[in-house]
Design a protein around this ligand. Structure first.
Ligand SMILES: [Zn+2]
Length: 468
């Protein structure tokens, strides 16, 4: 099928620091079951956690230390605590550091670290001799090419699969461009399943083991985490997407669970990781994912807030002009009919295969062909500004990160958006708006999906420790 397969090593900080944080996402998916071949002693917790992470206000070790806690629960909680410390730390920690941070004895820490080494969750770096005399400290870091997450995405203009290991390195990936507007979900998901398995096999031949799979789709996902309710631009409705993804290739290659999550929320997860690394602190922003449709995700202090059903962020269907043109969703005058890729290109006199770069060129060198590119962009910017003003008046979030097709248009869209924000957001005299480009590259939701799958490891490390 002409899949372009390439392997790219990502030179991140060497750790998906965000994996070490609790509450990575709230309300993405609310329950249900994965579909993996889990045996009775397999990671039930991993499955539950990847679907609906908990928010825990008290550190788990305090909870575990309460009288009467079962020995096994105590060990699991301590293992979780150690894992989170290692993944959340910007500098590698030694066993001694972990002992200080957690209040556990050095020997307890050492036993737990041995488990994590055996599970392939952490690795030991070269020993460092400190200023004090004594044993050199052995820095502990997330393991390379051991446990891996598989992210799969089907969007309107492409499908992709990407495997990440616990350091955030891409072990294998493939992106295939195609037009999936009003497509047949059976055919497309079979193809996506095959692509995903090819990519997973590459990662496995590099020595990794796929723990689980998350599928990213541009639409509303059911709370069972396995079916899609509606994706207007794909033309899909009530589809058991997890079943179809695995149907032609079997479940084995997908790991212990397969679940589906909205594309914009997963992209925001990858963007949050990137921004946190760049700025050194947790970010609060509204991420806009512009493909054929327009999705968004609210990120507060690094946590993707998706609402109780995971349905928040449908910015594309925010009414901009209630009496405006009809939208794919059945309503009218939605943001998408002014600023969605299809609408934008059509108004600019460009064909559906044109890119944001082509549009930029038409704006800079006008005067020939049908349509009015400058007017098309001005209208899209106006509509975006109006919709975002509505969002900001409700949300008190003033940073906007433009992703997908909007990324390259950021410079021309920014003043148009800001004009509406300063006019329509009540708090605008006091708020500082920032409109920036995500700059994260192709198919960020595929990366976010792989990260989401890996979360199962960090949230339930005991499930991956081999039996002694
Ligand atoms: Zn709509």
């Amino acid at each position: 099928m002409g899949a372009k397969i390439k392997s790219v090593m990502w030179n991140g900080s060497g750790s998906l620091a965000r994996l070490g944080r609790r509450s990575l996402t709230r309300g993405l998916v609310t329950g249900g079951s994965g579909t993996g071949p889990l045996s009775d002693n397999s990671p039930h917790d991993a499955r539950r956690d990847v679907l609906g992470p908990r928010r825990v206000d008290r550190p788990p070790h305090q909870k575990a230390l309460r009288p009467g806690a079962r020995q096994e629960t105590l060990r699991e909680a301590n293992l979780l605590l150690i894992t989170e410390e290692i993944f959340a730390s910007s500098a590698p920690l030694s066993r001694a550091d972990l002992s200080v941070r957690t209040g556990m004895t050095r020997s307890t820490v050492s036993r737990l670290v041995d488990d994590l080494l055996a599970a392939g969750i952490v690795r030991e770096d070269s020993p460092v001799i400190g200023p004090a005399r004594g044993r050199p400290a052995v820095p502990l870091r997330p393991a390379r090419k051991t446990l891996a997450g598989l992210g799969v995405e089907v969007n309107v203009g492409f499908m992709g699969a990407r495997v990440l290991d616990l350091t955030g390195s891409v072990l294998a990936e493939a992106i295939v461009e195609a037009d999936y507007r009003d497509s047949d979900p059976v055919q497309v998901l079979h193809a996506a399943g095959e692509l995903a398995v090819q990519v997973a096999e590459q990662a496995v031949s590099a020595g990794a083991r796929v723990v689980g799979t998350v599928l990213a789709l541009p639409g509303l996902v059911a709370s069972d985490g396995r079916s899609l309710l509606l994706a207007p631009n794909l033309g899909w409705k009530d589809v058991d997407v997890v079943e179809l993804l695995c149907a032609s290739v079997g479940r084995a290659a997908f790991g212990h669970f397969v679940t589906v999550v909205n594309e914009a929320k997963l992209a925001a997860l990858a963007v949050a990781q990137e921004l946190t690394e760049a700025d050194g602190q947790e970010q609060t922003f509204l991420y806009i994912s512009a493909q054929m449709g327009i999705g968004s995700a609210v990120v507060i202090d690094g946590v993707v807030e998706a609402g109780p059903h995971g349905w928040a962020g449908e910015l594309g269907h925010m009414p901009v002009e209630p009496s405006g043109p009809e939208c794919n969703c059945g309503s009218s005058g939605c943001l998408e009919v002014y600023a969605g890729k299809h609408a934008l290109l059509k108004a600019a006199g460009l064909g559906p295969a044109a890119t944001a770069g082509d549009l930029m060129q038409r704006v800079q060198t006008p005067g020939h062909g049908a349509g009015d590119p400058s007017e098309a962009v001005a209208r899209a910017g106006w509509a975006l500004g109006v919709a975002l003003s509505g969002a900001m008046n409700v949300l008190d979030v003033h940073d906007i990160v433009l992703g997908g097709e909007f990324g390259p248009l950021t410079e021309i869209l920014r003043p148009l958006i800001e004009e509406q924000l300063s006019r329509r957001v009540l708090a605008s005299p006091w708020a500082e708006f920032r409109v920036r480009e995500s700059g994260i590259g192709l198919a960020p939701a595929t990366t976010g999906a792989a990260m989401r799958a890996l979360r199962a490891v960090v949230e339930a490390p005991q499930a991956w420790v081999p039996a002694r």
